[in-house]
Design a protein around this ligand. Structure first.
Ligand code: ZN
Ligand code: ZN
Length: 254
């Protein structure tokens, strides 16, 4: 039997689990699998330590303890936490990026996949960001042809960027990314217009995703709406002071 380091994350993990964990960490930007040696167990442990640090977990040494395992399994947004992204064959460094227009009027349209009763919760989330921007930013409904971004519910079987399998339940596209701007919710999950047992609160998740639409990346503070964790049966978090300050900094709102 091969000897394994006591503290290696591979402990109690089969080869398939190690592969899945590696892909997971890479998709959030905590592990660079394109790097030389990126597929080694040492790199996996470094990636896991990055993940633990970002999410404010107790362990920060890449050891896969119970809390870390749980955190890996949290329902979350698929947008990268940190790092670089390859978008349409182009490498971009991810950072907060605003829409370059003044006034900031963002035209949106719902794709036909968006259930009627879940549209107003999404619009309520828009109103919250508008208020936080002191009305410098506004969202305006239009049709799919003229929209700056669209909102829909997608099936998990879509391959590539839009795949929301596993515990990824939504994603959105930043203003600076060279691809169609969307907010997508996973239609294989249960969604409610409000707080409901076993369902995701649409407004709560929309508030987070619209933060990305406005150009904000994830926060490492659990009190922020931009922290990357969702749960079923949850209330709508208020935008934290930090969420608001980041938005106002990004759009130079005094
Ligand atoms: Zn997110
Ligand atoms: Zn998508």
């Amino acid at each position: 039997m091969r000897q394994v380091d006591e503290s290696a994350p591979s402990q109690e993990l089969g080869e398939e689990d190690v592969h899945a964990l590696r892909q997971f960490l890479a998709s959030l930007g905590h592990l660079d699998i394109r790097e030389r040696g990126g597929d080694s167990l040492e790199q996996l442990q470094i990636g896991l330590a990055n993940f633990q640090r970002f999410y404010g977990l107790k362990r920060r040494d890449g050891v896969l303890d119970y809390e870390t395992k749980e955190a890996v399994g949290w329902p979350r947004c698929k947008v990268q936490d940190v790092g670089i992204a390859f978008v349409a064959g182009r490498m971009i460094v991810l950072q907060d990026c605003p829409w370059g227009r003044d006034p900031v009027v963002l035209r949106y349209a719902f794709h036909k996949s968006a259930p009627q009763h879940l549209r107003s919760p999404v619009e309520s989330a828009m109103r919250k960001w508008e208020v936080a921007s002191k009305s410098k930013i506004s969202f305006a409904a239009t049709d799919l042809m003229n929209a700056d971004f669209t909102i829909g519910w997608t099936p998990v079987i879509i391959p590539g960027e839009h795949n929301l399998c596993g515990n990824f339940i939504a994603h959105a596209v930043f203003p600076c990314e060279a691809m169609a701007k969307v907010v997508h919710f996973d239609n294989s999950e249960l969604w409610a217009a409000d707080m409901a047992v076993s369902s995701y609160n649409t407004q709560a998740v929309a508030l987070h995703e619209l933060g990305h639409t406005l150009g904000l990346m994830h926060s490492d503070d659990p009190d922020d709406v931009m922290y990357n964790r969702f749960g079923v049966n949850s209330t709508v978090k208020l935008l934290s002071n930090n969420d608001k300050v980041r938005l106002r900094d990004l759009y130079k709102i005094p």
